[in-house]
Write a protein that binds this ligand. Structure first.
Ligand code: PGU
Length: 455
Protein backbone atom coordinates (compact mmCIF):
# COMPACT_ATOMS: atom_id res chain seq x y z
CA UNK A 1 0.00 0.00 0.00
CA UNK A 2 1.63 3.18 -1.16
CA UNK A 3 0.63 6.76 -0.59
CA UNK A 4 -2.61 5.54 0.97
CA UNK A 5 -4.96 8.42 1.38
CA UNK A 6 -7.37 9.08 4.17
CA UNK A 7 -10.65 8.52 2.39
CA UNK A 8 -13.85 9.36 4.19
CA UNK A 9 -14.70 5.73 4.81
CA UNK A 10 -11.37 4.58 6.23
CA UNK A 11 -11.05 3.66 9.89
CA UNK A 12 -8.70 5.42 12.32
CA UNK A 13 -6.45 2.36 12.14
CA UNK A 14 -6.24 2.69 8.33
CA UNK A 15 -5.65 6.37 8.63
CA UNK A 16 -2.95 5.90 11.24
CA UNK A 17 -1.28 3.40 8.95
CA UNK A 18 -1.41 5.70 5.95
CA UNK A 19 -0.22 8.63 8.07
CA UNK A 20 2.74 6.49 9.14
CA UNK A 21 3.40 5.47 5.53
CA UNK A 22 3.36 9.11 4.45
CA UNK A 23 5.57 10.01 7.39
CA UNK A 24 8.09 7.29 6.49
CA UNK A 25 8.00 8.05 2.78
CA UNK A 26 8.54 11.68 3.72
CA UNK A 27 11.61 10.78 5.77
CA UNK A 28 13.23 9.01 2.85
CA UNK A 29 12.38 11.84 0.47
CA UNK A 30 13.98 14.27 2.89
CA UNK A 31 17.30 12.51 2.50
CA UNK A 32 19.80 12.29 -0.30
CA UNK A 33 19.70 8.64 -1.27
CA UNK A 34 16.42 6.86 -0.92
CA UNK A 35 17.39 4.00 -3.24
CA UNK A 36 19.87 1.15 -2.96
CA UNK A 37 18.30 -0.59 0.01
CA UNK A 38 20.47 -3.72 -0.07
CA UNK A 39 20.11 -4.45 3.59
CA UNK A 40 19.46 -8.17 3.33
CA UNK A 41 23.07 -9.16 3.85
CA UNK A 42 23.86 -6.46 6.39
CA UNK A 43 25.23 -8.23 9.44
CA UNK A 44 24.66 -7.38 13.07
CA UNK A 45 27.67 -9.39 14.21
CA UNK A 46 30.35 -6.88 13.35
CA UNK A 47 32.17 -9.48 11.25
CA UNK A 48 32.24 -6.99 8.39
CA UNK A 49 34.49 -4.75 10.38
CA UNK A 50 31.61 -2.38 11.11
CA UNK A 51 31.54 -1.14 7.51
CA UNK A 52 28.01 -2.25 6.67
CA UNK A 53 25.34 -1.15 9.07
CA UNK A 54 21.85 -2.60 9.09
CA UNK A 55 20.91 1.08 9.19
CA UNK A 56 22.90 2.06 6.09
CA UNK A 57 19.71 2.97 4.27
CA UNK A 58 18.71 5.49 6.96
CA UNK A 59 18.88 8.97 5.48
CA UNK A 60 19.50 12.17 7.37
CA UNK A 61 16.22 13.73 8.51
CA UNK A 62 15.57 17.45 8.49
CA UNK A 63 15.86 19.51 11.67
CA UNK A 64 12.62 20.54 13.33
CA UNK A 65 11.42 23.93 12.00
CA UNK A 66 11.31 25.38 15.54
CA UNK A 67 13.71 23.38 17.71
CA UNK A 68 16.19 23.22 14.80
CA UNK A 69 16.60 27.01 15.04
CA UNK A 70 18.26 26.51 18.44
CA UNK A 71 20.54 23.85 16.94
CA UNK A 72 21.71 26.33 14.27
CA UNK A 73 22.05 29.10 16.86
CA UNK A 74 24.24 26.94 19.09
CA UNK A 75 26.65 26.36 16.21
CA UNK A 76 27.13 30.08 15.51
CA UNK A 77 30.28 31.48 17.21
CA UNK A 78 29.23 35.15 16.78
CA UNK A 79 29.13 37.13 20.07
CA UNK A 80 26.13 39.15 18.87
CA UNK A 81 23.96 36.16 17.97
CA UNK A 82 20.34 36.14 19.18
CA UNK A 83 17.94 33.23 19.46
CA UNK A 84 14.40 34.42 18.81
CA UNK A 85 13.26 31.02 17.55
CA UNK A 86 11.98 28.90 20.39
CA UNK A 87 9.22 30.24 22.62
CA UNK A 88 11.12 30.21 25.89
CA UNK A 89 11.29 33.06 28.37
CA UNK A 90 14.56 34.89 28.94
CA UNK A 91 15.39 37.58 31.48
CA UNK A 92 16.51 41.14 30.65
CA UNK A 93 20.03 39.62 30.85
CA UNK A 94 19.09 37.06 28.23
CA UNK A 95 19.19 34.15 30.69
CA UNK A 96 16.67 31.32 31.19
CA UNK A 97 14.59 31.90 34.32
CA UNK A 98 13.67 29.53 37.11
CA UNK A 99 10.88 31.21 39.08
CA UNK A 100 11.62 31.88 42.77
CA UNK A 101 8.42 30.15 43.74
CA UNK A 102 9.50 27.07 41.79
CA UNK A 103 12.91 27.04 43.55
CA UNK A 104 11.09 27.32 46.87
CA UNK A 105 8.72 24.47 46.05
CA UNK A 106 11.67 22.32 45.00
CA UNK A 107 13.45 23.03 48.29
CA UNK A 108 10.35 22.00 50.21
CA UNK A 109 10.10 18.78 48.21
CA UNK A 110 13.77 17.97 48.76
CA UNK A 111 13.54 18.66 52.50
CA UNK A 112 10.49 16.46 52.92
CA UNK A 113 12.01 13.08 53.77
CA UNK A 114 8.62 11.37 53.64
CA UNK A 115 8.65 11.82 49.86
CA UNK A 116 9.58 8.76 47.86
CA UNK A 117 10.13 7.97 44.20
CA UNK A 118 7.45 5.32 43.72
CA UNK A 119 5.54 5.12 40.43
CA UNK A 120 2.65 7.48 40.09
CA UNK A 121 -0.71 6.03 39.02
CA UNK A 122 -1.24 5.85 35.23
CA UNK A 123 -3.22 9.10 35.35
CA UNK A 124 -0.54 10.89 37.39
CA UNK A 125 -0.60 12.86 40.61
CA UNK A 126 -4.16 13.25 41.91
CA UNK A 127 -3.61 16.66 43.53
CA UNK A 128 -1.95 17.99 40.42
CA UNK A 129 -4.85 16.84 38.25
CA UNK A 130 -7.53 18.39 40.43
CA UNK A 131 -5.65 21.68 40.81
CA UNK A 132 -4.84 21.90 37.08
CA UNK A 133 -8.50 21.46 36.18
CA UNK A 134 -9.45 24.22 38.61
CA UNK A 135 -6.75 26.50 37.25
CA UNK A 136 -8.06 26.37 33.71
CA UNK A 137 -11.79 25.91 34.37
CA UNK A 138 -12.03 28.20 37.40
CA UNK A 139 -11.86 27.49 41.14
CA UNK A 140 -15.65 27.40 41.38
CA UNK A 141 -16.31 25.55 38.13
CA UNK A 142 -19.54 23.56 38.43
CA UNK A 143 -18.11 20.98 35.98
CA UNK A 144 -15.29 20.23 38.45
CA UNK A 145 -17.67 20.22 41.43
CA UNK A 146 -20.00 17.82 39.64
CA UNK A 147 -17.09 15.44 39.02
CA UNK A 148 -17.72 15.43 35.31
CA UNK A 149 -14.18 16.44 34.36
CA UNK A 150 -11.54 13.79 34.01
CA UNK A 151 -7.98 15.07 34.16
CA UNK A 152 -4.85 13.06 33.47
CA UNK A 153 -1.29 14.26 33.94
CA UNK A 154 0.64 14.08 30.66
CA UNK A 155 4.03 14.99 29.24
CA UNK A 156 3.57 18.73 28.95
CA UNK A 157 1.34 20.30 26.32
CA UNK A 158 2.50 18.09 23.48
CA UNK A 159 1.90 14.87 25.41
CA UNK A 160 -1.54 16.07 26.49
CA UNK A 161 -2.49 16.83 22.88
CA UNK A 162 -1.24 13.45 21.77
CA UNK A 163 -3.08 11.48 24.46
CA UNK A 164 -6.25 13.44 23.66
CA UNK A 165 -5.82 12.76 19.95
CA UNK A 166 -5.26 9.02 20.50
CA UNK A 167 -8.37 8.85 22.69
CA UNK A 168 -10.47 10.65 20.06
CA UNK A 169 -9.17 8.43 17.25
CA UNK A 170 -10.32 5.39 19.22
CA UNK A 171 -13.54 6.59 20.78
CA UNK A 172 -15.01 9.60 19.02
CA UNK A 173 -17.37 9.11 16.11
CA UNK A 174 -15.94 11.85 13.88
CA UNK A 175 -12.28 11.74 12.90
CA UNK A 176 -11.90 15.07 11.16
CA UNK A 177 -10.05 17.71 13.13
CA UNK A 178 -9.91 21.30 11.92
CA UNK A 179 -6.84 23.27 12.94
CA UNK A 180 -6.24 26.99 12.35
CA UNK A 181 -4.23 28.16 9.37
CA UNK A 182 -1.49 28.83 10.42
CA UNK A 183 -0.87 27.04 13.70
CA UNK A 184 1.95 25.60 15.80
CA UNK A 185 3.90 23.38 13.40
CA UNK A 186 3.62 20.26 15.52
CA UNK A 187 -0.20 20.23 15.58
CA UNK A 188 -0.77 18.52 12.19
CA UNK A 189 1.82 15.87 13.02
CA UNK A 190 0.45 15.12 16.49
CA UNK A 191 -3.10 14.73 15.23
CA UNK A 192 -2.24 13.05 11.91
CA UNK A 193 -0.05 10.39 13.48
CA UNK A 194 -2.77 9.63 16.01
CA UNK A 195 -4.97 8.69 13.05
CA UNK A 196 -7.16 11.78 12.79
CA UNK A 197 -7.82 13.42 9.47
CA UNK A 198 -6.41 16.94 9.65
CA UNK A 199 -8.04 19.87 7.80
CA UNK A 200 -7.52 23.59 8.27
CA UNK A 201 -9.83 26.54 8.87
CA UNK A 202 -9.01 30.11 7.90
CA UNK A 203 -7.67 32.09 10.83
CA UNK A 204 -5.18 34.79 9.92
CA UNK A 205 -5.42 37.45 7.24
CA UNK A 206 -1.91 38.59 6.18
CA UNK A 207 -3.31 41.73 4.55
CA UNK A 208 -4.72 43.05 7.86
CA UNK A 209 -2.34 41.10 10.07
CA UNK A 210 -5.45 40.30 12.08
CA UNK A 211 -8.09 37.63 12.47
CA UNK A 212 -9.92 36.44 9.35
CA UNK A 213 -13.11 36.16 11.37
CA UNK A 214 -15.40 35.79 8.36
CA UNK A 215 -13.22 33.06 6.89
CA UNK A 216 -13.12 31.30 10.23
CA UNK A 217 -16.91 31.37 10.64
CA UNK A 218 -17.42 30.21 7.06
CA UNK A 219 -15.02 27.30 7.42
CA UNK A 220 -16.39 26.16 10.76
CA UNK A 221 -19.88 26.59 9.31
CA UNK A 222 -19.11 24.18 6.49
CA UNK A 223 -17.24 21.66 8.66
CA UNK A 224 -18.74 18.19 8.89
CA UNK A 225 -21.15 17.93 11.80
CA UNK A 226 -19.39 16.71 14.94
CA UNK A 227 -15.91 17.57 13.67
CA UNK A 228 -13.23 18.28 16.25
CA UNK A 229 -11.96 21.87 16.20
CA UNK A 230 -8.64 22.90 17.66
CA UNK A 231 -8.58 26.32 19.30
CA UNK A 232 -5.63 28.07 20.92
CA UNK A 233 -7.06 29.09 24.30
CA UNK A 234 -5.12 32.38 24.17
CA UNK A 235 -1.97 33.90 22.66
CA UNK A 236 -2.32 32.11 19.33
CA UNK A 237 0.98 30.69 18.09
CA UNK A 238 2.46 31.89 15.73
CA UNK A 239 0.22 34.87 14.91
CA UNK A 240 -0.33 36.51 18.32
CA UNK A 241 -3.89 37.17 17.15
CA UNK A 242 -6.82 36.09 19.35
CA UNK A 243 -10.58 36.48 18.82
CA UNK A 244 -12.26 39.10 21.00
CA UNK A 245 -14.70 37.97 23.72
CA UNK A 246 -17.62 38.80 21.40
CA UNK A 247 -16.09 36.82 18.57
CA UNK A 248 -15.46 33.87 20.90
CA UNK A 249 -19.15 33.97 21.82
CA UNK A 250 -20.14 33.80 18.15
CA UNK A 251 -17.68 30.97 17.60
CA UNK A 252 -19.15 29.15 20.59
CA UNK A 253 -22.70 29.46 19.29
CA UNK A 254 -21.71 28.21 15.86
CA UNK A 255 -19.64 25.35 17.29
CA UNK A 256 -22.48 24.22 19.53
CA UNK A 257 -25.09 24.51 16.79
CA UNK A 258 -23.03 22.17 14.61
CA UNK A 259 -22.09 19.87 17.50
CA UNK A 260 -18.40 20.54 16.83
CA UNK A 261 -16.12 19.22 19.58
CA UNK A 262 -13.83 21.98 20.87
CA UNK A 263 -10.27 20.90 21.68
CA UNK A 264 -8.39 23.73 23.40
CA UNK A 265 -4.63 23.95 23.42
CA UNK A 266 -3.73 26.06 26.45
CA UNK A 267 0.03 26.54 26.35
CA UNK A 268 0.14 30.19 27.45
CA UNK A 269 -2.37 30.73 30.28
CA UNK A 270 -1.22 33.89 32.08
CA UNK A 271 1.29 34.82 29.40
CA UNK A 272 -1.14 36.71 27.20
CA UNK A 273 -2.67 39.25 29.59
CA UNK A 274 -0.60 38.50 32.67
CA UNK A 275 -3.80 37.25 34.34
CA UNK A 276 -4.62 33.56 34.65
CA UNK A 277 -8.40 34.01 34.72
CA UNK A 278 -8.54 36.42 31.81
CA UNK A 279 -6.52 34.04 29.65
CA UNK A 280 -8.88 31.15 30.45
CA UNK A 281 -12.04 32.99 29.36
CA UNK A 282 -12.38 31.25 26.00
CA UNK A 283 -12.29 27.81 27.60
CA UNK A 284 -14.61 28.77 30.44
CA UNK A 285 -17.17 30.13 27.98
CA UNK A 286 -17.43 26.68 26.41
CA UNK A 287 -17.65 24.91 29.78
CA UNK A 288 -20.28 27.27 31.13
CA UNK A 289 -22.84 26.25 28.53
CA UNK A 290 -22.82 22.70 29.90
CA UNK A 291 -21.42 21.20 26.69
CA UNK A 292 -18.44 18.94 26.37
CA UNK A 293 -14.89 19.90 25.43
CA UNK A 294 -11.26 18.93 25.77
CA UNK A 295 -8.34 20.96 27.10
CA UNK A 296 -4.61 20.33 26.85
CA UNK A 297 -2.64 22.37 29.39
CA UNK A 298 1.06 23.06 29.53
CA UNK A 299 3.04 24.38 32.49
CA UNK A 300 6.14 24.85 30.32
CA UNK A 301 5.77 28.59 29.85
CA UNK A 302 3.63 29.90 32.67
CA UNK A 303 5.60 28.12 35.39
CA UNK A 304 8.83 27.96 33.41
CA UNK A 305 8.94 24.16 33.68
CA UNK A 306 9.85 23.51 30.03
CA UNK A 307 12.16 20.52 30.47
CA UNK A 308 10.20 19.03 33.36
CA UNK A 309 7.43 18.17 30.89
CA UNK A 310 4.40 18.97 33.03
CA UNK A 311 0.94 19.13 31.50
CA UNK A 312 -2.60 17.92 31.84
CA UNK A 313 -5.39 16.73 29.61
CA UNK A 314 -8.91 17.44 30.83
CA UNK A 315 -12.03 16.08 29.21
CA UNK A 316 -15.18 17.85 30.30
CA UNK A 317 -18.08 15.41 30.04
CA UNK A 318 -21.85 15.62 30.40
CA UNK A 319 -21.90 13.73 33.66
CA UNK A 320 -19.70 11.94 36.19
CA UNK A 321 -20.61 8.53 34.86
CA UNK A 322 -19.29 9.32 31.37
CA UNK A 323 -16.20 10.99 32.87
CA UNK A 324 -15.36 7.82 34.78
CA UNK A 325 -15.59 5.67 31.67
CA UNK A 326 -13.58 8.17 29.62
CA UNK A 327 -10.86 8.12 32.28
CA UNK A 328 -10.72 4.32 32.20
CA UNK A 329 -10.05 4.52 28.45
CA UNK A 330 -7.45 7.28 28.82
CA UNK A 331 -5.56 4.89 31.08
CA UNK A 332 -5.57 2.30 28.29
CA UNK A 333 -4.13 4.91 25.93
CA UNK A 334 -1.39 5.98 28.34
CA UNK A 335 -0.23 2.63 29.72
CA UNK A 336 1.36 1.29 26.50
CA UNK A 337 2.80 4.73 25.60
CA UNK A 338 4.83 5.64 28.69
CA UNK A 339 3.11 3.73 31.50
CA UNK A 340 2.80 6.65 33.89
CA UNK A 341 4.09 10.23 34.04
CA UNK A 342 7.12 11.63 35.93
CA UNK A 343 6.65 12.78 39.51
CA UNK A 344 8.92 15.77 40.03
CA UNK A 345 7.44 18.53 37.88
CA UNK A 346 3.86 17.70 38.80
CA UNK A 347 4.82 17.82 42.48
CA UNK A 348 6.24 21.33 41.99
CA UNK A 349 3.03 22.51 40.32
CA UNK A 350 0.83 20.89 42.97
CA UNK A 351 2.91 22.48 45.76
CA UNK A 352 2.54 25.94 44.22
CA UNK A 353 -1.14 25.65 43.33
CA UNK A 354 -2.11 24.23 46.74
CA UNK A 355 -0.62 26.95 48.90
CA UNK A 356 -2.32 30.34 48.91
CA UNK A 357 0.90 32.31 49.44
CA UNK A 358 2.87 30.40 46.88
CA UNK A 359 0.08 30.73 44.37
CA UNK A 360 0.03 34.47 44.97
CA UNK A 361 3.80 34.66 44.56
CA UNK A 362 3.51 32.75 41.28
CA UNK A 363 0.94 35.14 39.84
CA UNK A 364 3.27 38.06 40.60
CA UNK A 365 6.21 36.40 38.88
CA UNK A 366 4.01 35.39 35.94
CA UNK A 367 2.73 38.94 35.53
CA UNK A 368 6.32 40.21 35.56
CA UNK A 369 7.19 37.87 32.68
CA UNK A 370 4.12 38.94 30.68
CA UNK A 371 4.86 42.61 31.37
CA UNK A 372 8.46 42.30 30.23
CA UNK A 373 7.27 40.81 26.95
CA UNK A 374 4.75 43.62 26.46
CA UNK A 375 7.52 46.12 27.21
CA UNK A 376 9.72 44.52 24.53
CA UNK A 377 6.89 45.03 22.04
CA UNK A 378 6.84 48.76 22.75
CA UNK A 379 10.61 49.04 22.58
CA UNK A 380 10.86 47.21 19.25
CA UNK A 381 8.01 49.22 17.78
CA UNK A 382 9.63 52.50 18.90
CA UNK A 383 13.03 51.42 17.58
CA UNK A 384 11.60 50.72 14.11
CA UNK A 385 9.67 53.97 14.10
CA UNK A 386 12.75 55.97 15.05
CA UNK A 387 14.65 54.33 12.18
CA UNK A 388 11.86 55.21 9.76
CA UNK A 389 11.59 51.58 8.72
CA UNK A 390 9.07 51.38 5.85
CA UNK A 391 5.76 49.72 6.67
CA UNK A 392 3.13 49.69 9.39
CA UNK A 393 4.59 47.94 12.44
CA UNK A 394 1.68 48.52 14.80
CA UNK A 395 0.97 44.78 14.83
CA UNK A 396 4.04 44.40 17.05
CA UNK A 397 2.20 46.14 19.87
CA UNK A 398 -1.24 44.76 18.99
CA UNK A 399 -0.31 41.08 18.97
CA UNK A 400 -0.68 39.01 22.11
CA UNK A 401 1.54 36.55 23.93
CA UNK A 402 5.03 35.31 23.41
CA UNK A 403 5.41 35.91 19.68
CA UNK A 404 5.31 38.61 17.07
CA UNK A 405 4.35 37.41 13.61
CA UNK A 406 6.43 40.07 11.89
CA UNK A 407 5.35 39.62 8.28
CA UNK A 408 9.02 39.23 7.27
CA UNK A 409 9.39 36.67 4.50
CA UNK A 410 11.74 33.69 4.48
CA UNK A 411 14.33 35.55 2.35
CA UNK A 412 14.40 38.43 4.80
CA UNK A 413 14.69 35.97 7.69
CA UNK A 414 17.61 34.19 5.99
CA UNK A 415 19.28 37.57 5.41
CA UNK A 416 18.92 38.53 9.07
CA UNK A 417 20.40 35.22 10.16
CA UNK A 418 23.32 35.45 7.75
CA UNK A 419 24.18 39.11 8.20
CA UNK A 420 23.04 39.80 11.76
CA UNK A 421 23.19 36.37 13.43
CA UNK A 422 19.54 36.64 14.42
CA UNK A 423 17.80 33.28 14.58
CA UNK A 424 14.04 32.93 14.12
CA UNK A 425 11.59 30.60 12.40
CA UNK A 426 11.40 31.01 8.64
CA UNK A 427 7.76 32.15 8.80
CA UNK A 428 8.97 35.43 10.33
CA UNK A 429 7.89 34.64 13.89
CA UNK A 430 10.02 36.10 16.65
CA UNK A 431 9.92 35.16 20.30
CA UNK A 432 9.58 38.49 22.11
CA UNK A 433 10.73 36.82 25.32
CA UNK A 434 14.15 36.31 23.76
CA UNK A 435 14.64 40.09 23.44
CA UNK A 436 16.03 42.58 25.94
CA UNK A 437 16.53 46.35 26.02
CA UNK A 438 20.16 45.71 25.13
CA UNK A 439 19.37 43.64 22.03
CA UNK A 440 16.38 45.56 20.62
CA UNK A 441 18.58 48.02 18.62
CA UNK A 442 20.42 45.16 16.89
CA UNK A 443 17.13 43.51 15.93
CA UNK A 444 15.67 46.81 14.73
CA UNK A 445 18.80 47.44 12.59
CA UNK A 446 18.43 43.97 11.09
CA UNK A 447 14.73 44.35 10.33
CA UNK A 448 15.36 47.80 8.84
CA UNK A 449 18.10 46.43 6.58
CA UNK A 450 16.05 43.38 5.56
CA UNK A 451 12.98 45.46 4.71
CA UNK A 452 14.83 48.17 2.81
CA UNK A 453 17.13 45.83 0.88
CA UNK A 454 14.86 42.88 0.20
CA UNK A 455 11.34 43.99 -0.48
N1 PGU B 1 1.00 24.13 21.96
C1 PGU B 1 1.44 25.32 21.54
C2 PGU B 1 0.48 26.27 20.91
C3 PGU B 1 2.79 25.65 21.68
O1 PGU B 1 3.21 26.83 21.25
C4 PGU B 1 3.67 24.73 22.27
C5 PGU B 1 5.13 25.03 22.43
C6 PGU B 1 3.14 23.51 22.71
C7 PGU B 1 1.80 23.26 22.55
C8 PGU B 1 3.97 22.46 23.37
O2 PGU B 1 4.53 22.82 24.54
P1 PGU B 1 5.12 21.78 25.57
O3 PGU B 1 6.54 22.16 25.73
O4 PGU B 1 4.96 20.42 25.02
O5 PGU B 1 4.32 22.01 26.79
N2 PGU B 1 5.70 25.80 21.43
C9 PGU B 1 6.94 26.51 21.63
C10 PGU B 1 8.07 25.65 22.18
C11 PGU B 1 8.93 24.90 21.23
C12 PGU B 1 8.18 23.79 20.53
O6 PGU B 1 7.89 23.96 19.35
O7 PGU B 1 7.87 22.79 21.19
C13 PGU B 1 7.28 27.22 20.33
O8 PGU B 1 8.35 27.83 20.26
O9 PGU B 1 6.43 27.23 19.42
Amino acid sequence: MHGGNASGSSSPADRRLSALVRHLEGSSRDGIDAGNHSIAAAPTSGSYGGRNSVFDHVVMGPEDPILGVTVAYNKDPSPVKMNLGVGAYRTEEGKPLVLNVVRRAEQMLVNDSSRVKEYLPIVGLADFNKLSAKLILGADSPAVQENRVTTVQCLSGTGSLRVGAEFLARHYHQHTILIPQPTWGNHPKVFGLAGLSVKTYRYYDPSTRGLDFEGLMEDLGSAPSGAIVLFHACAHNPTGVDPTAQQWEQIRQLARSKALLPFFDSAYQGFASGNLDTDAQSVRMFVKDGGECIVAQSFAKNMGLYGERVGALSIVCRNADVAGRVESQLKLVIRPMYSNPPIHGASIVATVLKDRNMFQEWTVELKAMADRIINMRTQLFDALRSRGTPGDWSHIIKQIGMFTFTGLNSKQVAFMTKEYHIYMTSDGRISMAGLSSRTVPHLADAIHAAVTRLA
